[in-house]
Write a protein that binds this ligand. Sequence first.
Ligand code: PLP
Length: 292
Amino acid sequence: MPRLAYVNGRYLPHRQGAVHIEDRGFQFADGVYEVVPVYQGSLIDEEPHLDRLERSLRELRIPMPAGRATLKLIARELIRRNDLRTGLVYMQVTRGTAPREHSFPAKVSPTLVMTTRQTKPHREALLRDGVSVITAPDIRWRRCDIKSVALLANVLVKQKAVEAGAYEAWQVDDQGRVTEGSSTNAWIVTNENMVVTRDASQAILNGITRLSLLKVIRAAGYEFAERPFTVAEAKSAREAFLTSSTSYVMPVTRIDGAPIGDGRPGALTMALRQNYMAYMADRQEAAAGQDA
Ligand code: PLP
């Protein structure tokens, strides 16, 4: 069965999915995207993801390409046609196609692309040993709260991580404080067992996994704080981990080569991962019930 993509009203074989060379996403990175996890056939946290998509678009004054109900319908249709069980739905919206001119075109309608990707379960070794991260200066623009397709700085820093044999790069602001990873949010657990992640501001993307995990943490009664932390604090933390729609909750056991805590995935981190997986299973059941 061929994998299908949705492009501006049509379901096409993935390989034939294309936008115009004058699309402003291609010309200027003038667009945004969303990545919604799919777990056992259901979209997880679809509403907060769509909320963030709407917000990103509003911040850039790009209209919604279709109503929310239509976006939901297309996502479900793509999941069904691609027989997707566990993976991701990518939604990408640009300002549209128009002759190349920096300012907004007078007449333009947004481009909408949706694709799916199947993902494999996380490798056993990652959860057993944890992953390593490097740190690098955050060279991005000042609106990292917008999920823009302008990801060049994220691409460069992730490449740095890959070349260093690391899973992710934690970006660091001018004050030596960790902002976030190239496509993940950064967390530590202090020696007092306080879970810490940077507060949501224009310096980071407010991850939906971050928000859901904060709910899980609150419900379980763990102590937490939303505040910046330095690289030095992270290196002397008891535990560290990262979160995203792809990585869920992933233990970090090395930062710039130095072991965190005893160098093994932390007990609280793994408890949070379990709690988060239970949360996903719960959301999956609720979503499947609603779609039935
Ligand atoms: N931070 C950045 C820069 C990202 O690109 C992402 C996800 O792509 C995240 C954080 C994590 O966000 P989410 O949990 O919504 O996947």
